[in-house]
Ligand binder design. Structure first.
Ligand SMILES: *Cc1c(COP(=O)(O)O)cnc(C)c1O
Length: 374
């Protein structure tokens, strides 16, 4: 018998959520961002659902690009960080990958590369986040260099926002202004928006300037039903549906008396008689170890809470309010209950554990069996 735990990928939600990106971004085309193995959902599992909407797939690992081609995806694929060493360019040629250019080394490699045919690149501007990209001062020279290379046939322009999810628009406006000043008169398609910018800002534009959705939006977390600006907004607010559910079962029941403790460190102590359930899910499954007592769960589709510390293979839930739930009861750790369709937003669980939905999705452990539902 396998352990009673499973993750479910909801295909209909993947398609619906990318459709939301399309609705919000006007004429822009939509990259489905599938880095980190489709945010932990599995590239192969998501592909059929995502391809119904996606104009292209954006990833980080070359291996992910290879897997998309193996699925017979013939459309655009963008390497968001570009290549990591010169020989990666051969794969770009062979698989027709578009790739980001964020530093001089990458241009040097391209200049020394024997092309099968000229490549399409996305020149990245560091507009203020100070992660990857050319500074505004170096941007034009980089563009000029690329445009002189026979290895390059098309130069698109990209940048990335640091604060598109935040309440203040000052930082986003500043980055937009930097982008506009550095690139306004250059030809080529543009890509700026991640999920947060697509959800919150895609309708906006600077006077006479580029609009936030531009030519391509890069939909990551929203495609999986996670919300970049939780708890200010939740998935329902943005019309997003959970693309992943994590469910396990109660494999043990204990009756506690006042003063009895639960789990390692005895961090939870019962104030009176209560019934608890031991659930077949722990941090080795990807459940966050830092989730404290009171982290929300659904027991047979009704709101409940965890008790005590998360261990490697188990967590404990309070069954006091769930008299009918016992051995074998379904516990939904996030996503949708199979019992009644009730939903527990992954953002709420992440919040309780001091993290973000991105991290929970990506941390789903390989030992958890995954089923794909239509
Ligand atoms: C991951 C990533 C995205 C997607 O971000 P979300 O917040 O998940 O939408 C967009 N652009 C780049 C460059 C990224 O690395």
């Amino acid at each position: 018998m396998p352990r009673p735990i499973e993750a479910v990928v909801h295909s209909e939600a993947l398609t619906h959520n990318l459709g939301r990106a399309r609705e919000l971004s006007g004429c822009a085309r939509v990259w489905a961002v599938v880095k980190a193995n489709a945010y932990g959902h599995g590239i192969e599992r998501c592909f059929d659902a995502q391809r119904q909407i996606a104009d292209g797939f954006a990833c980080i690992d070359l291996n992910e690009a290879e897997r998309l081609r193996a699925l017979d995806w013939r459309g655009p694929i963008l390497l968001l960080e570009g290549v990591f060493e010169p020989r990666d360019l051969e794969l770009c040629s062979r698989l027709h990958l578009w790739h980001a250019i964020h530093c001089e080394q990458q241009i040097d490699w391209l200049a020394a590369h024997k092309v099968l045919w000229p490549q399409r690149v996305f020149l990245k501007l560091n507009s203020g986040m100070n992660r990857l990209g050319f500074t505004p001062l170096a941007f034009r020279a980089a563009w000029q260099r690329l445009s002189n290379l026979p290895q390059v046939d098309d130069i698109s322009l990209m940048t990335h926002f640091a604060d598109a999810d935040g309440p203040s628009e000052a930082s986003l406006n500043a980055q937009l202004a930097v982008f506009e000043a550095a690139s306004g008169d250059l030809p080529g398609e543009r890509s700026l928006a991640n999920s947060a910018a697509t959800l919150r800002h895609s309708k906006r534009s600077l006077a006479g300037g580029v609009d936030v959705a531009a030519d391509w939006v890069r939909a990551g977390i929203m495609g999986y039903g996670g919300v970049p600006d939780y708890p200010e907004h939740d998935a329902a607010h943005w019309g997003l549906r959970p693309a992943m559910s994590l469910r396990a079962k109660v494999i043990g029941v204990q009756q506690l008396q006042a003063g009895d403790a639960v789990g390692y460190g005895s961090t939870f102590v019962a104030e009176g008689p209560m019934r608890i359930g031991i659930v077949a899910c722990g941090y080795a499954d990807g459940y966050p170890r830092h989730a404290p007592t009171g982290t929300p769960v659904l027991v047979e589709g009704r709101p409940g809470r965890t008790l005590g510390r998360v261990s490697m293979d188990m967590i404990t839930v309070d069954l006091s309010e769930h008299p009918d739930a016992g051995f074998g009861a379904e516990v939904t750790l996030w996503g949708r209950s199979a019992v009644n369709g009730a939903e527990l937003p992954i953002d709420a669980v992440a919040r309780a554990a001091g993290t973000i939905s991105y991290e929970l999705m990506c941390a789903l452990a390989p030992r958890v069996p995954v089923r794909v539902e239509p």
